[in-house]
Design a protein around this ligand. Sequence first.
Ligand code: KIV
Ligand code: ZN
Length: 523
Amino acid sequence: MTDQDRVKIFDTTLRDGEQSPGCSMNLGEKLRIGQALADLGVDIIEAGFPAASPGDFEAVEALAETIRGPVICGLARCNTGDIEATARAIKGAEKSRIHVFVATSAIHREHKLQMAKEEIIRSAVEGVRLARSFCDDVEFSPEDASRTEPEYLAEVVAAAIEAGATTINIPDTVGYTVPGEFLELFRFLKSGVTGIDDVTLSVHCHDDLGMAVANSLAAVEGGARQVECTINGIGERAGNCSLEELVMALRTRESYFGLSCGVKSERLYPTCRLVSTITGMPIPRNKAIIGGNAFAHESGIHQHGMLRNSATYEIMSPQDVGLNRSNLVLGKHSGRHAFRDRISELGFALDDVELNRAFAEFKKLADQKKEVFDSDIESIVLHAEIERPGPWSLADLRIASGKGAFASAALGLTHVDGRTVREAGVGDGPIDAAFQAIERATGVDVTLLDFEVRSVSVGEDAQGEVAVLVRFEDRDYRGHGISTDITEAGALAFLDVINRVVRARERNAIAAETTASRAAGSI
Ligand code: KIV
Ligand code: ZN
């Protein structure tokens, strides 16, 4: 296989994906996703934007030091501070990359940067040169490329290549282009820019018009050999090109594209579920590849065809994307062995500590519900894999409610410092009452924006998973909780989100203190 037959997968879940409202992740969560991406077989992980905040810097540095296999990349604007910070953050990586960008379209030149065309070229060249002085692998992106005059875009790209860029990425920053137009742009750059055949040509699409995957595939047809994407398509506004859709399009239509990539497709489903659980962004049932309905056949005619030959209505098999579901049901008499085997068949790998935690949860659940299905096990595993750093946890919860009366909640919350706070709340319903009590106990008041409940498996005793989205001081936070008791699942989700707010407030206080000490000259 030559380089030209292979498409590199550049994952930006931890950078552009994290820019999705309410999707910010803590360090432990980023490391967990980074390892899952390495196990999935992506070529490059964009770990963050080190100059954006101390938390971003710390995350890129930790991923660079820990994750082995993929190239670890950090994003930087074309200025000395950003590039030096990125070089420091990626220092510990086995393989590293600096990704520099500057906007090139007329609208960004005039209204955002107030820079002339020549100044932007100078900035790009200086940025690439400085990045090359730290790292041999440098990617350059002309932001808003799809709305940039093509002749000028070609000039910027040629200058970046001459300055030493090894990858040229063409972003459709606002999801504006359409496949035919983008294909032409790539053909134009491929045929007209000096040195373009000596670098990797890359594409980065947003999904504002729902065409991010289609536009990325058009770019591949036009010569792109790196695609930038995110798990579940999360990202700014409507999101980015979805990794699982792009990978399965290349694989399922290999005879058309004649290209392959290094992603292990059977790891897609567990990875997508992990990202959904960590970010609290549910996967829509009708989502291509990994949605709950992606392999469900409702119509009688379809079911009949499927029974004869699955190829009648399925272009991929569930196993291809890691959906190794079975009708096997575990219960309270199932042992550790059966549990561990089922976990690995479902595509998860747990270390001993995680397995013990998950098995204890499984036993608790098996006591509460007769039959434990694959989807229950998946939820247990995903929740066991994610460490919940607190500081608050739910000690107990009592609810009283009835038709035509206010509901009341009484609960105890334990703080990591050892104290337990007891509070009560009254509300329109049990969930509202529990939320009021949690706000009182923690002293954190948030605005609830969204509340979603879904059933994890089937049956009257099925577990419920709750996802909440709240706003606190102009920032959105997501949280989730799971339980056979829906009010408890709601309380756990709300507490998860309050913990995220508390931790963010502590991080901001530390950052403000550091800045103040620096300004006072004591650091
Ligand atoms: O959408 C965009 O233009 C970006 C760049 C930084 C590549 O995310
Ligand atoms: Zn982007």
